[in-house]
Design a protein around this ligand. Structure first.
Ligand SMILES: Nc1ncnc2c1ncn2[C@@H]1O[C@H](COP(=O)(O)OP(=O)(O)OP(=O)(O)O)[C@@H](O)[C@H]1O
Ligand SMILES: [Mg+2]
Length: 257
């Protein structure tokens, strides 16, 4: 059964897309069957996987808003190693259109029912908002991964995200769990980063991934080539960090830690 994970944080630019793309690639590199779903109208994950946003015939928008089947909206870019359900700015319209449809928070979950068994892991890249699209991701998922940039405002907004997760769990998806918090763009020479990191561990303890994603220019460069960092510079610190994160993620999910 495919396990579905929402990669989310309503704060912008914290490393959601970088984490989704590179975790997907790292899991795929260990032989797992992986699907990445891009739910963000910015379409950054699609671009980062080498999919041309401007030439998407059908994507996650069509799956959520129309009768298009999930399997028909999935592409397998050459040499990527995993599948992608892409999106683009068409998705912006979904936010408003969803307000008028039945089971509006359940559209993605229902659409994935027939496809999820084809994958070991399905990762959903969410937009930077607690919107109807993010709710769709949370209702469809078993786990939530929250990338956190250890800066002054990092913890602000986290409590409303956790409340939203709790509300979705109670009302729509009892199996939803917080899988973990991932420290991203980390600079260990920065005192504030270390301080925020300690706060995270105090509050969330084992929910904080041991693997830390450092600030690494290779991670920022790879998307402009439309490939994950593992294919761009396998021995870079960013690539090694996401491989370590993927191993920890698989171990945690296997033991329910
Ligand atoms: N570990 C890292 N080291 C260096 N640059 C990074 C790292 N992680 C992300 N970046 C860069 O920081 C920017 C924001 O990252 P990313 O797009 O992954 O964040 P996001 O949370 O998905 O943003 P948004 O909220 O807009 O969707 C991007 O330019 C990305 O390449
Ligand atoms: Mg993003």
């Amino acid at each position: 059964m495919g396990n579905i994970y929402a990669v989310t944080n309503q704060k912008g630019g914290v490393g959601k897309t970088t984490t989704t793309v590179n975790l997907a690639a790292s899991l795929a590199a260990t032989g797992k069957k992986v699907l990445l779903i891009d739910l963000d109208p910015q379409g950054n994950a699609s671009t980062g996987c080498g999919v041309d946003k401007d030439n998407i015939e059908v994507g996650s928008y069509d799956v959520i808003m129309t009768a298009v089947k999930a399997a028909d909206a999935i592409v397998t870019p050459d040499n990527l190693g995993f599948d992608v359900m892409p999106t683009n700015s068409d998705m912006t319209a979904a936010e408003v259109q969803l307000l008028d449809v039945k089971l509006r928070e359940h559209r993605l979950r229902l659409a994935l029912e027939s496809t999820r068994q084809n994958y070991d892991y399905i990762l959903i890249d969410c937009p930077p908002s607690l919107s109807m699209l993010t709710l769709n991701a949370l209702v469809a998922s078993q786990g939530v991964l929250i990338p956190i940039q250890c800066e002054y405002y990092a913890l602000e907004g986290l409590s409303s995200l956790l409340k939203t997760i709790e509300r979705v769990k109670q009302r729509a998806n009892p199996s939803l769990e917080l899988s973990g918090l991932i420290r991203t763009m980390y600079d260990a020479r920065n005192n504030l980063a270390n301080q925020v990191s300690r706060q995270l561990i105090t509050h969330f303890n084992k929910k904080v991934f041991h693997a830390i994603i450092p600030r690494n220019v290779r991670l920022a460069e790879a998307p402009s080539h439309g490939i994950p960092v593992i294919d761009y510079d396998r021995s870079s610190r960013g690539s090694i960090a996401y491989m370590a994160m993927a191993s920890e993620f698989m171990r945690r999910e296997a033991t329910n830690d």
